[in-house]
Ligand binder design. Structure first.
Ligand code: ATP
Ligand code: MG
Ligand code: MG
Length: 346
């Protein structure tokens, strides 16, 4: 069998490796930590640091294809990999690692993000609030996830610690949305694109809490436009694999929030809820195999994230005989930490 290298050791890598194993592939996990949850189900390759080009070259020499489950892998060392080995490629990382680049990129393709401005100082923030208005959200350009690295700005008078401005930031207007949804697509090596249904995504404390089908009617009305933009993003990047674009459904149409060049938490329901899951189709795409059907097996599906304390109460979760329980193998349940999820179909 062939070997798939996965950069990153989190639950997304773990679920990619599980889908790959079903198709007869072996996975190697590349991560700085030796005890990653992905390495529990695949072979671990521990690197000293993400930017260790020598370690990456040794890792890649054992792999037939290399992918990532984490978008903050430094691009530099990846540029030395054999052409075509990395899927999706480095172009997607370069765009998605920086919120400002991402918003500019999507705007050029005709997409509509919330009004935004680069911020590198308190003066920049004051100017951005004056131009865009408040409320709004100040976000670090790089490295944020699960709502980390974000500050809600209620008015121009809001004072922030001077240290906040040591990192490049972007200010964006607060979007008055009806609901949130994501477009998850898979693009094959031959350019074929397929879409999963879009769920209604709800967040608690900036962290995805639930994904639900059917989504409200407004999502259906805005899906064609959102899919068209997501497909343009994929094509412009020469993308191979699963790509996610998050949107706000608003009275004025879909507003682009952000993209993730990878499988996504809002697609976990596809494991039991779609003919082919996001994980399996990601593997199929990067391996150059025919893509599977993305159709939902029911129009009533709910995915609940298990976050923090109480998440590991396996007996309670299984007291519902219809619950498809997924635990990621994290030993310690900390507040705000994604420990697993439950999907219910039908
Ligand atoms: P993820 O874990 O999805 O990568 P993230 O840390 O990159 O999250 P965002 O997706 O930018 O963060 O924001 C997290 C959530 O905060 C959004 O899903 C949305 O609920 C809310 N949010 C972010 N930006 C805005 C905005 N401009 N207007 C209104 N709500 C927003
Ligand atoms: Mg994000
Ligand atoms: Mg997000």
């Amino acid at each position: 069998g062939s070997t798939i290298g996965i950069l990153g050791g989190g639950q997304l890598g773990r679920m990619i490796a599980m889908a790959a194993a079903q198709l007869g592939y072996r996975c190697h996990i590349y991560a700085p930590e030796s005890d990653s949850v992905a390495a529990d189900v695949a072979a671990a390759f521990t690197c000293a640091a993400w930017d260790d080009a020598g370690a990456l070259a040794r890792f890649a020499s054992d792999c037939d294809v290399v992918t990532y489950e984490f978008e903050n892998v430094p691009v530099g060392p990846l540029l030395a990999l054999a052409p075509g080995l990395l899927a999706p490629g480095t172009a997607a990382l370069e765009v998605a690692q920086d919120r400002l680049n991402e918003k500019r990129f999507v705007t050029e393709l005709g997409g509509a993000p919330a009004p935004f401005a680069a911020v590198d100082s308190a003066d920049d923030l004051a100017a951005a609030v004056a131009a865009i208005g408040a409320p709004g959200i100040l976000k670090t350009r790089r490295e944020g996830y699960d709502g980390k690295g974000q500050w809600r700005i209620a008015s121009a008078a809001d004072a922030l610690d001077e240290g906040v401005f040591a990192t490049p930031l972007v200010y964006e207007g607060f979007v008055d949305f009806a609901c949130e949804f994501s477009v998850i697509l898979v693009r094959g090596r031959d350019g074929e694109v397929r879409f999963w249904d879009s769920t209604h995504n709800t967040h608690e404390n900036g962290i995805l809490a639930h994904s639900k089908l059917p989504a409200p009617q407004i999502v259906g009305e805005q899906l064609a436009a959102a899919r068209e933009l997501a497909q343009k993003v994929a094509e412009k990047l020469g993308y191979i694999g699963v790509l996610t674009c998050e949107f706000f459904a608003t009275a004025g149409g879909p507003v682009f929030n952000e993209m993730a060049p990878r499988v996504h938490n809002s697609g976990h329901w596809t494991i039991e809820g779609a003919v082919t899951s996001q994980f399996e189709n990601h593997v199929r795409a990067i391996c150059g195999l025919p893509l599977g059907d993305c159709a939902s097996v029911s129009q009533r599906i709910v995915m609940d994230n298990l976050i923090g304390e109480g998440a590991l109460d396996i007996v309670r979760h299984l007291s519902d005989p219809r619950a498809h329980l997924h635990l990621y193998g994290k030993a310690e349940a900390r507040a705000g930490r994604k420990m697993g999820h439950i999907t219910r179909v039908g």
